[in-house]
Design a protein around this ligand. Structure first.
Ligand code: ADE
Length: 281
């Protein structure tokens, strides 16, 4: 699978795309990532890519012609006239929120172009002309689309056959089943006085799977109850139904830690500077 990334900051990607699984996948030629500097589409001496917004206001706006030329030069199409050879994804907080089903949908394509915005955004006319798929990582604002593009590539690449060592790995993920995952444990079986759930030592695979489903449901109910509706709408086996009924009937403890109560949180009313040595007495 090939990703063409259009960015003003190609250096941003050198770490995340050259580490661990993505590094191996690129070396094995399972994925190709081409970085294209949008600034290379300029023709003026100063290589200007942006300008002040019409109507005034803060920040700068990426020029329509520069973005169009950057895409056209690499993707060999005419913006607004012919169709690009692959979907163009524009990373923006105004887009559709990325989730696992959108990731899987994107992974069905053999090539994706990713357009990273910067400054206040991109001149709307080139967005209208290209009609990219606008994708957001969530309801927060990054300094640009680069972080979002790197994350999208990582999530999508996991579905390219061979990228994960074990072909099944992506199918057992949180969200692949529509539920969060059950907790994981490894050796030692007792760590600082904490035991692992005994069932995991039983060697009884069916019971272990049933335990994992129960824990996954419990965790999802506690942390992401919004996911349960869709899971329940699937046709449940007798066993799944039984486990679901059990978890459903449990009372939810209401003493979950919050950002204010979790270990390490500031004491209410504590002075902000807790560095005693640097505090004037
Ligand atoms: N660019 C800036 N903020 C973003 C976000 N939340 N998602 C995707 N792209 C962005």
């Amino acid at each position: 699978m090939r990703f063409d990334v259009f960015t003003l900051f190609p250096d941003y990607f050198s770490g995340p795309l050259s580490t661990s699984i993505l590094k191996r996948a690129r070396e094995a030629d399972l994925i190709q990532i081409e970085l294209h500097d949008i600034r290379d589409a300029t023709t003026d001496k100063w290589r200007v890519v942006d300008d002040a917004p019409f109507g005034g206001g803060a920040g700068m706006v990426l020029k329509a012609e520069i973005v169009a030329k950057a895409l056209e030069n690499v993707l060999n199409f005419d913006v607004g006239v012919s169709a690009p050879p692959c979907p163009v994804v524009y990373l923006t907080p105004q887009g559709r929120t990325l989730n696992q089903s959108l990731v899987e949908e994107l992974a069905t394509h053999s090539r994706l172009a990713l357009l990273c915005g910067h400054y206040e955004g991109i001149d709307e006319r080139v967005i209208e002309a290209v009609q990219p798929l606008e994708v957001s990582l969530g309801d927060f604002v990054l300094t640009g689309g680069e972080g979002a593009a790197a994350i999208l590539i990582e999530a999508v690449a996991r579905f390219v056959p061979g990228v994960l060592g074990n072909e099944n790995s992506a199918s057992g993920d949180s969200f692949a089943t529509g539920l969060l995952e059950a907790p994981h444990y490894t050796r030692p079986a007792n760590w600082r006085g904490r035991d692992i759930p005994e069932i995991l030592l039983s060697g009884h695979h069916a019971n272990i799977e049933a335990w994992r489903l129960e824990e996954a449901l419990r965790r999802t109910k506690k942390r992401r109850p919004d996911l349960l509706g869709e899971w329940q709408q699937r046709e449940l086996s007798k066993r799944e139904r039984k486990i679901w009924d059990k978890v459903q009937s449990e009372r939810q403890p209401d003493d979950e830690p919050t950002l204010d109560t979790m270990p390490g949180a500031d004491e209410p009313g504590a002075p902000e500077n807790i560095d005693e040595e640097n505090t004037e007495k």
